[in-house]
Design a protein around this ligand. Sequence first.
Ligand code: GDP
Ligand code: IMO
Ligand code: MG
Length: 427
Amino acid sequence: MPVIAIIGAQWGDEGKGKVVDMLAEKSSVVVRFAGGDNAGHTVINPRGHFKLHLIPSGIFYPEVTCVIGNGVVLNPASLIKEINQLAANSIDTSRLVISDRAHLIMPYHRLLDELEEKARGKKAIGTTLRGIGPAFTDKVARMGIRAADLLDKRTLRQRLKTVLENKNMILERVYGVDPLSVDDMYREYAGYADILRPNIKDSVELIGAALDRGEVVLLEGAQGAMLDIDFGTYPFATSSSPLSGNASLGSGIAPNRIDRILGVYKAYCTRVGSGPLPTELHDEMGHRIREQAQEYGTTTGRARRCGWFDGVAARHSARINGFTGAVITRLDVFDGFPSLKVCVAYRIGDRQINRFPSSISELQKCEPVYEEMPGWLADTTTVRRWQDLPAEAKNYIEKLSSLMGCCVNYACIGPERAQTIEVNPLF
Ligand code: GDP
Ligand code: IMO
Ligand code: MG
């Protein structure tokens, strides 16, 4: 039985949370494999309206085990807050497992994120200020503190002492701010350890056993391919890899056990923070999409930048992820739009290109080449079958599918589980 990876195919916020919540019904394990609490996954289901940052979106099914994988950087304070919020809504989180290999976000990570952003001035990345970049930096620099370190308080104190010596030098001498206290941080994190201890485990065995029993395992992505540290719009990127390749590394599941890789695309494009968005609309149309779709960030509340569907970025994303299929979300946002545009290529001067440039300066010169398509003046939110969609909506989905170069499995016409249309069977 299958392992399905659910991957953000654009600049994040494509609707991964909704898709995971929908598919988790038939699964036994859901693993978050990348990012941290920079993610904001909105789930609207019969249990309520939720914004998840760290906890996998399978948590609403009592029989599903949810794993925060080794590829995640974990802020314990955020996690505990999220657990409490779910508990207040009678959602049981006792099946939550934290990989003992997951790295922790520490107070100096958040502080450094803020100081580094300030130092960048006008060139700021527009990070979520959650300490994500500095935490992944420390992981690679072998200066991280892992969830396992919370289980042994003596190790925790020693590790903190060593790491803070280095961090305090940077804080004081580079940024001129006050040093942080080992004792205070130890007390804070020892408190988190007492709360999270039962959840911290070696997740490799647990996930491997589920696979051996032939159960369905979902790998929940965070962020989107265009924010990838290698293939995104570097340096305007996040500090981990949202791609399918990392679904394997960030969960401890071998690549050859992943059966389906689903790319989640919005019917248009959005981006939060700085960096290129070739199809961005600065006009009334951009405003209309933002207001119609209420495109405001789940994590930071920032207005999301909006633009038409970008077929060049979409194909780049499908290629580097190896999508076996796609989900197109938010099709209903276009209900009542008389006509729509899709970007089919970029133009630089008098040259037309179909590849996604790796350099920011080249990307900034790219003008989208659009094809215009008729819209549909009908309400799609109550449609449940492909054959009942307006012909123009079906044409639009087929156009996106041909641009991405992969089939579409589902189209979503609203945030709720049932507002999903099967276009091609997943299996
Ligand atoms: P994620 O980070 O990829 O999980 O996406 P977010 O939750 O940040 O943003 C997606 C938003 O779109 C959420 O508010 C979802 O409830 C909403 N959503 C998902 N699918 C649909 C859809 O098909 N139609 C509409 N109108 N909203 C959707
Ligand atoms: P989900 O999982 C949209 C963006 C930030 C910023 C850049 C780097 O909800 O799709 P970081 O804090 O990661 O160092 O910020 O990445 N970003 C996201 N944008 N959705 C997300 O997650 C994002 N996570 C990070 O806005 O531009
Ligand atoms: Mg989001």
